[in-house]
Structures are given as structure tokens and as C-alpha cells.
Ligand binder design. Structure first.
Ligand code: SF4
Length: 100
């Protein structure tokens, strides 16, 4: 199948950096749902090369993913959902009162 895709930077998984700094401050990560038809378009847009096809499935290499969410935006089937890394209470915590 030939697709009319834009020319974008892409890289073989793990070829741009051994340990991208983005993985350390990532706030969300992609989860690939069952709607994925493995068209591989997300692999063309991922700036880190974190999406790979292994064993007939799409896999997110979390050691490379920076959580940018580009793959979720570009997926035409909306098969990729971004999930927050931290699932606890959000917002600003109240300051503790000092005990005298
Ligand atoms: S969130 Fe960004 S870095 Fe992570 S897999 Fe998707 S496009 Fe790649």
C-alpha cells in the first residue's frame, strides 16, 4: 500500500539517543487500543522512534517515549490514548500549618 504522507524526520527505534532525557520528565504515555490497524503512520511522526511493531503488535518503548502525544493526535483511527503517569490527586496541595 502506498500512502501520500508528508516527509517528516523519523528514526529507527533507539537510534537517536540511548536514553532520551524526555523519558525522565514524561507526564503521560500512549496506550495503543484495539482499534489499531497497524498502519504504522504513528511511527512516522514519533520524534523519538518509540513506536515499534513487534510480533504483529504495536509497542511503545517507554524508555524512549517523551510523552509528547503526537502519535495520539496523528492516529486517524484514534487508537492511541494518552494516559497520565500520575493517577493520584491533582492540583496544589494546601500548605501544612506550622505547629508551635
Ligand atoms: S508520545 Fe510522543 S514520544 Fe511517545 S510514542 Fe507518542 S509520539 Fe513518540
Amino acid at each position: 500500500m502506498i500512502k501520500d504522507l508528508p516527509v517528516v524526520p523519523s528514526a529507527k527505534a533507539g537510534s537517536m539517543a540511548a536514553a532520551p532525557a524526555g523519558a525522565a520528565w514524561r507526564e503521560q504515555h500512549p496506550v495503543i487500543g484495539t482499534a489499531c490497524n497497524q498502519c504504522l503512520e504513528c511511527t512516522l511522526f514519533c520524534p523519538e522512534g518509540a513506536l515499534v511493531q513487534t510480533g504483529g503488535n504495536m509497542t511503545v518503548m517507554l524508555s524512549l517515549c517523551n510523552g509528547c502525544g503526537i502519535c495520539a493526535v496523528e492516529c486517524r483511527l484514534q487508537a492511541i490514548a494518552m494516559v497520565r503517569e500520575y493517577t493520584g490527586v491533582s492540583g496544589v496541595f494546601p500548605l501544612r500549618e506550622e505547629k508551635v
